[in-house]
Design a protein around this ligand. Structure first.
Ligand code: PRT
Ligand code: MG
Length: 214
């Protein structure tokens, strides 16, 4: 019988989570990068993994389709966190949320002059709060990916996106002009599941805590 379902996205989150899961005694029986399965069994008969889009992880956990999940702070801020308990920063998939603009664009003087900026981003909530706090007027344009393209073709003056190595910005003649926040991924838990299945979830939570401290 499966007692616990953990929602994960493949790619960097799965790669960074696998060692923590292993340290917690949980090992996936399939590799999500090569298998087309969306439900992965583990060595523990009472634990299974489901593979979903990174931005869908909080939704699966909020509605109890998964008991636990791992999601970036970027994704959690956009989701809002309703119904979620966020007990642990796993310190994985680290990056920075930045404002970036073309190398040729004088962002600082545009801001100083009170210009109205067009900003393209997937992170509309976070961007809105950031610019409101700075008193900068922006028109936000929602995109679902490849934000770096927007300023190159005249869709936006600037973007809000995640940056890790900086290589993507550099390759597209963009520069980071402002840091909004540092980002890492957190363990999230369905609040009701923690109450109802505390006996099974708590040991997994403890194993995660121990694994990230080790
Ligand atoms: O790919 P999909 O549309 O399904 O969703 P996603 O892109 O949100 O998922 P995924 O798996 O790519 O990222 C999952 C989580 O990893 C994000 O929610 C972040 O919390 C975290 N993370 C860490 C990153 C990065 N680093 C990162 N560099 N997510 C995305 N990027 C992208 C960034 O958007 C940009 O396009 O990588 C590019 C920049 O990388 P550098 O190294 O060139 O600076
Ligand atoms: Mg991606």
């Amino acid at each position: 019988m499966t007692d616990i379902t953990i929602a994960l996205s493949k790619g960097r989150i799965f790669d960074d989570t696998a060692p923590i899961l292993n340290a917690a005694g949980i090992e996936a029986l399939d590799n999500p990068e090569t298998s087309r399965k969306l439900i992965l069994s583990t060595n523990r008969t009472n634990v299974r993994l489901i593979i979903v889009r990174a931005s869908d992880v909080p939704t699966y956990v909020q509605y109890g389709a998964a008991d636990l999940g791992i999601a970036g702070k970027d994704v959690l801020l956009e989701h809002g966190g309703a119904g979620l308990y966020q007990p642990l920063d796993l310190n994985i998939a680290r990056c920075r949320m930045m404002v970036a603009a073309p190398i040729s664009f004088d962002y600082d003087s545009a801001v100083r002059q009170g210009a109205r900026l067009r900003v393209a981003t997937k992170y509309v909530q976070t961007a809105r709060e950031h610019f409101a706090a700075k008193g900068v007027h922006v028109d936000l344009i929602k995109l679902y990916g490849s934000m770096e393209l927007a300023p190159l073709v005249g869709l936006a003056d600037a973007i809000v996106d995640l940056v890790s190595s900086g290589n993507t910005l550099k390759a597209n003649n963009l520069k980071a002009v402002e840091e909004i926040m540092t980002i890492s991924s957190r363990l999230i838990i369905n609040q009701a599941a923690l109450k109802l299945k505390g006996n099974t979830i708590q040991p997994v939570l403890d194993a995660f805590s121990a694994a990230i401290k080790a």
